[in-house]
Design a protein around this ligand. Structure first.
Ligand code: ORO
Length: 310
């Protein structure tokens, strides 16, 4: 039984896409709904359509991926319209709607629009896009993060989560958790890609992607231990009411199991979904079930958050 409870909701599996991957168009979103994913999240939206950065802007690598998409998206109305249509269908699970304004004003504007809509799913505020030239990742600025959350909760009355960048120093986890614990967040999603990696092809002596001279967010196997550390460090520090989505480096069922063991309630798949398409969820669900059977676990709660130390 792979049923996952999350906030006030249950999903058939704990698996879903990571925002940005396979979720730009209604066709891709429909394909995710038809897959073994328990639910989905839409591509982070800005108010208006954005073309994003020049191509090539995504590369699969042997150990993961590098991207500098620059928030290409169809605009908030497109994704809000999609989730509103789907929520009328009782066979469709609760959906996640992601927003990533280029400024705090744009974030607040989109949150107000969603608040005033009939959307009854979960909203994810992306505070961690590393790829808009000239724009810092909001959640590395602790003062800006606190201001953002205070302003967000003044006008937003629906379940809200935040997408965080990876942190690396244990004092950062202490500071960020102390900020997050002051607000009635439904969840956090950790991690976004590890920002501003640089992949170099030695044969051609060139970078792998065009934007920002080759600097881009890393995903895949490169990031798994960092992702697990962020899930676990936040689970140790956050109020128990704040759920956690673990994202980063999932290639197989064992990686899903590790995220759940570290304390994730749901997990998201980015690079591997890019490589395999939505059928990846069939394989991951089967591999997770096999591991659980071999260990004698019947449900996720049997091991979720129960990581052992030495
Ligand atoms: N890429 C990422 O890795 N994370 C984001 O939040 C956004 C993008 C992008 O659109 O470039």
């Amino acid at each position: 039984d792979l049923t996952a409870s999350f906030h006030d909701h249950t999903f058939q599996t704990p698996l879903m896409n990571a925002s940005g991957v396979y979720c730009y168009t209604t066709e891709e979103l429909d394909n995710l709904l038809a897959s073994k994913a328990g639910t989905l999240v839409t591509k982070s939206a800005t108010i208006n359509y954005r073309a994003g950065n020049p191509e090539p802007r995504y590369r699969n690598l042997a150990l993961g991926s590098i991207n500098s998409m620059g928030l290409p998206n169809e605009g908030l109305a497109y994704y809000l319209d999609y989730v509103l249509k789907k929520q009328a269908d009782p066979t469709v699970p609760t959906l996640f709607l992601s927003v990533a304004g280029i400024s705090m004003a744009e974030d607040l504007d989109m949150l107000s629009t969603i608040d005033q809509s009939d959307f009854n799913g979960l909203t994810e505020l992306n505070l961690s896009c590393p790829n808009v030239p000239g724009k810092p990742q909001v959640a590395y600025d602790f003062e800006a993060t606190e201001k953002m959350l205070a302003a967000a909760f003044e006008r937003f009355h629906k379940p809200l989560g935040v997408k965080l960048p990876p942190y690396f120093d244990l004092t950062q986890f202490d500071i960020v958790a102390q900020i997050l614990n002051q607000y009635p967040l439904a969840y956090i999603n950790t991690i976004n890609s590890i920002g501003n990696g640089l992949y170099i092809d030695v044969d051609s002596e060139t970078v792998a992607i065009k934007p920002k001279g080759g600097f881009g967010g890393l995903g895949g196997a490169y990031v798994l231990p960092t992702a697990l550390a962020n899930v676990h460090a936040f689970r140790q520090r956050l109020n128990p009411e704040i759920a956690i989505i673990g994202t980063g480096g999932i290639e197989n069922g064992a990686d899903v199991f590790a995220h759940l063991l570290a304390g994730a309630d749901l997990v998201q798949v980015g690079t591997q979904l890019m490589k395999d398409g939505p059928d990846v969820f069939t394989r991951l669900a089967a591999e997770l079930a096999d591991i659980m059977n071999a260990k004698g676990y019947h449900k996720l709660a049997d091991f979720k958050g129960k990581l052992k130390t030495l």
